[in-house]
Design a protein around this ligand. Sequence first.
Ligand SMILES: Nc1nc2c(ncn2[C@@H]2O[C@H](COP(=O)(O)OP(=O)(O)OP(=O)(O)O)[C@@H](O)[C@H]2O)c(=O)[nH]1
Ligand SMILES: [Mg+2]
Length: 247
Amino acid sequence: MSPRILVVVPTYNERDNIAPLIAELLALPYELDVWVADDGSPDGTADAVREAMATHPGRVGLVEGPHKRGRGAAVIDSFRRGLADPRRYELLFEMDADFSHHPREIPKFVEKLRECDMVIGSRYVPGGGTSEWGLARPILSAVANVYVQLVAGVPIRDTTSGYRGYRRAVLEETEFDRIKISGYVVHGEMAYQAWVHGFRLGEVPIHFKNRARDASKLSLEEVYMAVLNFALLRFRYGFRPRRRPVA
Ligand SMILES: Nc1nc2c(ncn2[C@@H]2O[C@H](COP(=O)(O)OP(=O)(O)OP(=O)(O)O)[C@@H](O)[C@H]2O)c(=O)[nH]1
Ligand SMILES: [Mg+2]
């Protein structure tokens, strides 16, 4: 039996991307639903999602935020709802809407989730990569990952990757209320929590395709907050993973 899957896709102005992405996800050979976490995109992304809902009844959801909350907060809101859903999703995914994360990689995650509790799509394991142009983001991303490994010690090469799959138990144990940041850096804290909770973390190689836009959108304040946040993780959540019997 294949597991029941929910894929959460955060969107802010992704009108042109979201319908093709939903179509590709729903074409995968799984019992898989897609929920779009949209924060009132001015370009009408939500209308495109409503059209997809009509085309694929019951398989597409729209979770609308009251304002632009940041990627991390939007995904967390949908995960909470996804866990409460009577369909009891066994695997929950998050991925970007702009095809930087490609749906064709999902089967690799599903396979790896047989032996791991949380699987991160990694640019930095053999077989993974990026098609970045420019230097700002690759350097920022590499530095961020080395820093996270040093100060937090999570045994993962690409903690900042937003393409991931979780067994529901991992999210059930995640203390969402303790996550005070809302933007892209939520990823590090989610991985850290899963790790100290004693879950088995794994990585699968992905190819990250950059959309043709310049530099990173991270503000200096976000970078500063991220540096501080990662440095405090060990003190806030404890230094070592708890032992957990293998399921
Ligand atoms: N709901 C929600 N989604 C967001 C928000 N900010 C970004 N996103 C989505 O999060 C995903 C990642 O954001 P991107 O804008 O692609 O970030 P990026 O990859 O660093 O930047 P690009 O190079 O422009 O692609 C995309 O699917 C966005 O639409 C937000 O505030 N709320
Ligand atoms: Mg992107």
